[in-house]
Design a protein. Structure first.
Length: 456
């Protein structure tokens, strides 16, 4: 076998388990993208994870580029997180009433994102965005929502039209089951198109409750906001009496220890968080100014509740994770590693798959790193069909067959052929592309000022 050919994996046991799974779970999975339908290859059956590695049911060691879709910033089975969860399990896993742990995690979040004066913990990103939208509607007394084509905000009814993530890859532009009356309350605009948003505000005067946006769109490949786009949304929403909801379920604590909004000079009315703040357990949150948050029950009439909200096990995992994210230089190290690894992979890509836009993606060296597309223009509905996600590693690294996690031997072999041992790990990251220079420019100014105030 040549040095660059992937070693075939033994996956007999994984196949057996998946065949059983298909009999009792819809499509063999509990979340559609896990079925690998849009990317080819066979669904993985994972037994355990450690650091940057996953081990499947057949004992194969896999290098994990996905990191639970961004949640595992610190890698799998992080010792501090594992110890905290094990300790809490001895003390009970759910009480259904408030614990000090919820206060501590909320304080940590507020310390990192001071403009989140109050937060409410929920159990998933979908719950966070759905609740934030309800609150925006309750606060403004209006019904309409503006969202952006290709952005994904979870699977609540209001967010499912022309969305990114699994909906785009499965070619679902409009989801059956969403009542027409509700779908009609969601207005879509192309990402980065401020003029389109202004037009919608003009056409629906005093009816728009909120604009929801991913501050860096990461569910259609990675699209960095155009200069002035987010500030423009901030100004338009304020001018028209609507709320700005910034969905940081992906970006929160991913690119830096906190929110990315400071990098763009904005502060949203409501911000949603998820993934990393739970350290791999089901935690998400929405938060914002007290004046708005206090409209949520029990202080206000906007009802939202959860049996497992603020779950102690999950709070412990979140606290143990956030405690590690303030380590000096952590994000810089992550940036450097991901940048290096991105460079290696990029240089090995076939020329026809290279694209300058990919350069932006290694800031998200997780799934977005692998799932970056060369072109992704969601300007028209007909373009939201099967969006072929592809791994950026070359075919001979085995990435085509295993788009979510590639066999580590193949990567190590690739590394050796590059003259170095190639150990890719988890991580988000930063990079230096000409296309996101304005973004980096802001970051630089931030670096010189640890507590920048918003310029709004
Ligand atoms: C930006 C964004 N918002 C919301 C969600 C929904 O989060 P969850 O899958 O936890 O419901 C996701 C999921 O990937 C997301 O990427």
């Amino acid at each position: 076998m040549s040095a660059t050919q992937p070693t075939p994996r033994n996956n007999r046991r994984s196949r057996e388990i998946f065949a059983e799974a298909e009999k009792v779970l819809v499509g063999g999975v509990n979340s559609p993208v896990r079925a690998f339908r849009s990317v080819g290859g066979e669904p993985l059956i994972i037994e355990r994870g450690l650091g940057q590695f996953l081990y499947d049911a057949d004992g194969n060691q896999l290098l994990d580029f996905v990191c639970s879709w961004g949640a595992m910033l610190l890698g799998h089975a992080n010792p501090a997180v594992a110890a905290a969860v094990a300790d809490q399990a001895q003390k009970g896993t759910s009480y259904g009433v408030t614990t000090e742990l919820e206060v501590r995690l909320a304080q940590r979040i507020r310390q990192a994102i001071p403009f989140l004066e109050k937060v409410r913990f929920v159990s998933s990103g979908t719950e966070a965005t759905m609740s934030a939208l309800r609150l925006a509607r309750g606060f403004t007394g209006r019904d309409l929502l503006i969202k952006f084509e290709g952005c994904y905000h979870g699977h609540a009814d209001s967010f499912l039209s022309q969305a990114g993530s699994g909906l785009a890859t499965l070619g679902i532009a409009e989801c059956p089951g969403v009542p027409q009356a509700l779908a009609g309350l969601t207005l879509n605009a192309p990402y980065n198109d401020l003029a389109a948003v202004e037009k919608l505000f003009g056409a629906h005067k005093d009816k728009i409750a909120a604009v929801i946006v991913e501050p860096i769109a990461a569910n259609m490949g990675v699209v960095v906001p155009a200069q002035g786009f987010l500030q423009g949304l901030r100004e338009l929403t304020r001018k028209h009496g609507a709320l700005l909801i910034v969905d940081e379920v992906i970006t929160g604590f991913r690119l830096r220890n906190g929110s990315v909004q400071n990098l763009f000079g904005i502060e949203a009315d409501l911000t949603t968080l998820g993934k990393i703040i739970g350290g791999g357990l089901p935690v998400a949150a929405y938060g914002g100014k007290a004046e708005i948050m206090d409209r949520v029950a029990p202080l206000g009439p906007v009802y939202q509740a959860g049996t497992l909200a603020g779950n102690p096990l999950a709070m412990r995992a979140g606290i143990a994770t956030l405690a590690q994210l303030s380590a000096p230089g952590l994000y810089e190290r992550i940036d450097r590693k991901a940048g290096r690894n991105f460079g290696r992979c990029h240089s090995r890509m076939p020329e026809n798959r290279k694209n300058s836009r990919l350069r932006q993606c290694h800031r998200f060296a997780g799934h977005a790193f692998l799932y970056a597309r060369t072109r992704y223009q969601l300007r028209r509905r007909k373009e939201i069909r099967h969006q072929a996600l592809y791994p950026i590693l070359p075919k001979h690294a085995g990435a085509r067959r295993f788009p979510c996690a590639v066999p580590v031997r193949s990567i190590l072999r690739l590394g050796r052929s590059l003259g170095r041992r190639h150990r890719l790990c988890d991580t988000s990251s930063a990079g230096k592309s000409s296309q996101n220079r304005h973004f980096l420019g802001r970051e630089k100014s931030y670096a010189g000022n640890r507590n920048p105030r918003s310029s709004r």
